[in-house]
Design a protein around this ligand. Structure first.
Ligand SMILES: Nc1nc2c(ncn2[C@@H]2O[C@H](COP(=O)(O)OP(=O)(O)OP(=O)(O)O)[C@@H](O)[C@H]2O)c(=O)[nH]1
Ligand SMILES: [Mg+2]
Length: 194
């Protein structure tokens, strides 16, 4: 549902960061926000609980340069990962152009990853999308922790098709921009096809 404004020569795209509670979705956005020049970004809006869990979403607009004279503005959203906020997640996926699934690499969070990925597929299909057909990237986050699963084991369970995968440590920024660029590139490729 990319929005192209010919008058102002702008392309607007929506990217959603999805994943289980505490996997690091907000941390990805916060890192991008902190590392980006003020002229290229808008406010980071976080609707959070008093314990900093995302209550509804986090949102930030980001300019990623121009494509054929059009300014590309990406609207980055995160969903609340806590299981009971499913209605919010479904709503936030409306009009999505690309998805980043942030998996938590800690062994004890693998069931939560699988459940959240299944929930993503369900909520996408409720909105008329198919995970295997939209721009999609898998991020394996928290690679710095001692109790992480080997990458191959995670990919065997979580990888769908040929989607790009990135290891990350969102809390220090490792892999954060690689992940973003990888999904943005796919969104722009889709756009050129239409
Ligand atoms: N060690 C480590 N901690 C991380 C990493 N990424 C995020 N964290 C920490 O994990 C906790 C949860 O991160 P958030 O970004 O709030 O998680 P979230 O996915 O937005 O969680 P919800 O909003 O509840 O869905 C915070 O304390 C982060 O600092 C990482 O790569 N390594
Ligand atoms: Mg959050």
């Amino acid at each position: 549902m990319t929005f192209i404004n010919y008058a102002s020569r702008e392309i607007n795209c929506k990217i959603v960061y999805y994943g289980p509670g505490l996997c690091g979705k907000t941390t990805n956005l916060q890192y991008i926000y902190d590392a980006t020049a003020p002229t290229a970004k808008g406010k980071l809006i976080s609707l959070a609980t008093e314990t900093d869990r995302t209550l509804f979403f986090d949102f930030m607009p980001l300019e990623l340069g121009t494509v054929r004279g059009f300014k590309t503005r990406f609207h980055l959203y995160t969903v609340p990962g806590q299981v009971f906020y499913d209605a919010s997640r479904k709503l936030i996926l409306k009009g999505v152009d690309g998805v980043v699934f942030v998996a938590d690499s800690q062994e004890e969070r693998m069931d939560a990853n699988v459940e959240s990925l299944y929930n993503l597929e369900e909520n996408l299909s409720a909105n008329g999308y198919d995970l295997s057909k939209i721009p999609y990237v898998l991020q394996l986050n928290k690679r710095d922790l001692p109790n992480v699963l080997p990458v191959d084991e995670m990919l065997a369970e979580l990888k769908r098709n040929g989607e790009p995968t990135h290891e990350a440590v969102a809390s220090n920024g490792a892999g954060v921009f690689d992940t973003l660029k990888s999904v943005a590139k796919q969104v722009l490729t889709e756009l050129r096809k239409s």
